[in-house]
Design a protein around this ligand. Sequence first.
Ligand SMILES: [Zn+2]
Length: 469
Amino acid sequence: MRVPRTQAAILAVVLSATIASAQTKITPPKNKYSPQDDVKLGQEAAGQVEQQLPLLRDDNVSSYVQDIGQRLVSSIPPELQHPEFRYTFKVVNVKEINAFALPGGPMYVNRGMIEAAKNEGEVAGVIAHELSHVALRHGTAQATKATPYEVGTIAGAILGAIVGGNAGAAIAQGTQFGLGAAFLRYSREYEKQADLEGSQIMARSGYDPRDMANMFKTIEQQGGAGGPQWLSDHPNPGNRYAYITKEAESLHVVNARHDSGAFQSVQGRLRQMSPAPTTEQAMKNGGNRRGTSAPSNGGRISTNVERPSSRYSSYNEGNLFRISVPSNWRELPGNNSVTFAPEGGYGAVNQQSVFTHGVEAGVMRNESHDLQTASDELIQELSQANPRMRRDGGWDRGTIGGRRGLRAVLSNQNDVTGRPERIALYTTTLDDGTLFYLIGVAPDNEYGAYDDVFDRVAGSLQFARSNNR
Ligand SMILES: [Zn+2]
């Protein structure tokens, strides 16, 4: 039977309506920033990233990743296309299985990610997921939700949120954004949005969204202890594999592009290169040791250090906390930590950074979720970097920033300066279970002038409340 022309048109309309309703509708979260803000922040962060991380300069590999990226970009739905955004794709020559995208479009895919993928669809899956975070403007949306302090610190929080991990720390270090990097990851709600939007973008450009789910499995399997950075920055909202598969089924992709000869040849090319370094090896200033070490920041250790001022200055650290320290101490941002020290109390000795006077505040992952156990683990970790450290007495209980806290005093012989020193250690756990610590250090013979100062600094701590952990 021949269908009259008018009926055919109606049929077509009905069919396309069915397909449209089958895919999950994604609404970008509330955002008080403008798309231009995204662009500005992303460009600033990209400058930092490219100073700190080595880009892989290989035309074959670069253009391969750019091609996949651009194919996906052209499938971003019109309502999520921001004319200001400019998507770029670069390969970072480091071995961790990771990728990240900055607001407004700059994206970085680690060489380790391409090496770990089983096919092109898996590479496309991670890119589509990251792309969706950008198109949905999740970085600035996250900052819209979490604004415990003034706007000045928000930029750092946003950048840390998007980059996370080592690269985030690199940014934090370069731009004095403090601890934002460690403390903002995407919420599970945003993760699910990026998974679903990414699935739809993949399907429209001819990839099978199930390859995205497969890549997440690949990442998990290659995780090892603690899991790779990508998974910690992009937490699994639960049933990730199941709902992506369900979305994929509703998207009806036929003859999907899983693989291409180009993928095999790019992987072969990477295998012939010398192995990629770790991010930490690659970063010029990376890998500060925790404990009585600190960024040297051009400082010089001196035996004649000015006593702590009785006037105090306040600092907001990323999105995490506020702290007051003697006004003659300088702020020295590090990886997942920040040090405040007086002139002469920090510097580098034999290319090793060290601080002899002042405090370090930082965070540590806590698997046990028990304050006492986590605090003992912190001391163990500190003693690895400081073999002569020992605890004098037990833990005292108290409160820190309104939370249940512990305090202990340790003694150490600083293995860089050779001088005996005393350490006041304060710990508490944050909402997400992370261990927060404050370490005060002063030489034994000056400790009398610092004991009360450390208590006062610890007493000044105020933690931000974040609603998206
Ligand atoms: Zn994500």
